[in-house]
Design a protein around this ligand. Structure first.
Ligand code: S6P
Ligand code: ZN
Length: 192
C-alpha cells in the first residue's frame, strides 16, 4: 500500500464544502437521462433549463485497499415531475465495501437496495449518520426546499458500478404525494 502523509480537511460549516477540495463533479439534468421515471417531465424540464442536480466535492487519496475516500455531496432542491432531485445511485464495484453518510444540512433520504431486492429507506436530517452496509446499492434524495448536504467516508478502492442502476433503476422511487415524500413502486419497472 502507498504510504501517504497525514492531512486534515476543513468542512466549511457555513458553505458545507470541503477545504481544500481536489475534484468537483457536477451532475446536471442532461447527465441524468433515463434516471427519472417520468421521461416526458424530464424532457420538459431539460428544455426549460439544464439545471445542476448535484455536486460532489472530493479529497483524493490513492484508490487502494486501506485508504479512505472522503467527500461532500450537495443535492439541490427540485423535482422532475413529482420525483425529487436525487443522485444517480450505484453499487460499489467491490461489492463488499461499506460507507458512512453524515447529514450536515437539509433533509432527505438514502434509498438502499440489496442484491436480493430488499429496499430500505433511511431518513436524513442534520446529525443523522446512515450506515450503508456492503452489497447494498445506494441513492440519496433531497426532499426539502433547501440543499441536502452530507459528508461520506468509504474505502477508496470501492469503485462505482453505475451501469446496473442506469439500466435497471431502483425498484422504488421517492416522489411528492399530497405535499409529502412517499416511497412508491418504480412505474418504469413492471411488478416492482
Ligand atoms: C461514493 C458515495 C457518494 C456518491 C455521491 C454521488 O461511494 O456513495 O460520494 O458518489 O453522493 O452519488 P452518485 O451515485 O452519483 O455517485
Ligand atoms: Zn457509494
Amino acid at each position: 500500500m502507498k504510504i501517504i502523509k497525514p492531512f486534515s480537511t476543513k468542512i466549511d460549516l457555513n458553505k458545507e464544502i470541503l477545504i481544500p477540495c481536489d475534484t468537483l463533479t457536477t451532475r446536471k439534468l442532461s447527465d441524468m437521462k433515463g434516471y427519472f421515471y417520468d421521461e416526458k417531465a424530464y424532457d420538459k424540464a431539460l428544455t426549460k433549463e439544464d439545471s445542476i442536480v448535484y455536486e460532489v466535492y472530493d479529497r483524493t487519496v490513492p484508490q487502494e485497499e486501506g485508504q479512505l475516500a472522503q467527500s461532500i455531496t450537495v443535492i439541490h432542491p427540485g423535482k422532475v415531475g413529482n420525483e425529487y432531485y436525487m443522485t444517480k445511485g450505484h453499487f460499489h464495484a467491490i461489492v463488499g465495501t461499506a460507507e458512512v453518510y453524515l447529514c450536515l444540512k437539509g433533509k432527505g433520504y438514502i434509498l438502499l437496495q440489496s442484491p436480493q431486492n430488499e429496499v430500505s429507506l433511511i431518513e436524513m436530517k442534520p446529525g443523522i449518520i446512515c450506515y450503508t452496509p456492503p452489497y447494498w446499492a445506494h441513492r440519496s434524495i433531497n426532499t426539502g426546499k433547501e440543499e441536502f448536504i452530507f459528508f461520506v467516508v468509504y474505502p477508496a478502492h470501492a469503485g462505482h458500478d453505475y451501469k446496473t442502476i442506469e439500466e435497471k433503476g431502483f425498484l422504488k422511487v421517492v416522489v411528492e404525494k399530497n405535499k409529502k415524500p412517499a416511497l412508491i413502486k418504480n412505474p418504469k419497472i413492471p411488478n416492482s
